[in-house]
Design a binder for this molecule. Structure first.
Ligand code: ADP
Ligand code: MG
Length: 232
């Protein structure tokens, strides 16, 4: 298994307020697959992504990517891991206002070992005609495309997407999910995505449902065409 998640536990708060928000999550994702994390607000989706992304530390358990355990890494190794192997897309785009689309994307390639060709990427993202604009001249969807470009330009092994469509209308959300699928097919990145847009049904290889810090249900979506019939 490319990404192995074993017995991950996480607590927040101290003293009386200490609560367990991940209660022993064990699962895995194969290389190049699209895995969808579902679950109600507060079920632990972002916390799990942040632990995989090395942004937060688990209080128990283990995460291994291609055999490397992130809990064994020191700060320097962790920052190299984040720089070379992980791309992150959030609900809010956090673009740099005075940089152009192209420059915002290039920020993501900073110090990376084998960045993608920016011009080719701009075409894939559908942003070629907009490459010299600044974020305030873009629609929400175009801004999210730019932030996806910034995440993907280093060609990360894993792309983590935390509600990338949360601020967008239904149609634009669908287009963004399609773009993520195109990128997955073209560059082979493993994708873990939290989204509530049902268009993801037809793209997901694996679905993990969280509730109250536990996995309530998970399944492999081996026949994507049958996704409509799955208990979503
Ligand atoms: P989701 O992304 O599924 O909505 P989260 O992972 O954000 O859920 O949160 C899971 C639980 O952890 C929630 O109860 C939330 O309130 C709590 N939580 C998340 N981040 C923090 C934090 N930094 N400090 C304290 N509690 C937190
Ligand atoms: Mg969240």
């Amino acid at each position: 298994m490319f990404l192995e998640i074993k017995s991950i536990e996480k607590y927040y708060g101290t003293g009386e307020n200490r609560t367990k928000v991940l209660k022993g999550i064990t699962t895995g994702v194969e290389k190049g697959k699209i895995c969808v994390l579902l679950g109600p607000s507060g079920s632990g989706k972002s916390t799990l992504l942040n632990i995989i992304g090395g942004i937060e530390k688990a209080d128990g358990g283990s995460i291994a990517i291609d055999g490397s355990k992130i809990e064994d890494m020191n700060e320097k190794q962790l920052s190299l891991y984040r720089r070379n192997h992980l791309g992150y897309v959030f609900q809010f785009y956090n673009l740099i206002p005075n940089l152009t689309v192209k420059e915002n994307i290039e920020v993501g390639a900073f110090l990376s070992k084998n960045p993608l060709d920016t011009d080719e990427l701009l075409h894939t993202l559908g942003l070629w005609e907009h490459k010299d604009k600044v974020p305030s001249q873009l629609s929400g969807g175009q801004q999210q495309r730019t932030s996806i470009g910034r995440a993907i330009v280093k060609n990360p092994d894993i792309l983590l997407c935390d509600e990338p469509t949360g601020a967008l209308d239904y149609k634009t959300s669908k287009d963004i999910l399609k773009l993520i699928e195109t990128i997955n097919q073209k560059y082979g990145n493993t994708v873990i995505i939290v989204t509530h847009n049902d268009a993801i049904k037809l793209m997901a290889d694996k679905v993990i449902k969280l509730r109250d810090g536990n996995i309530r249900k998970e399944y492999e979506n081996t026949e994507k065409v049958n996704a409509e019939e799955l208990d979503w």
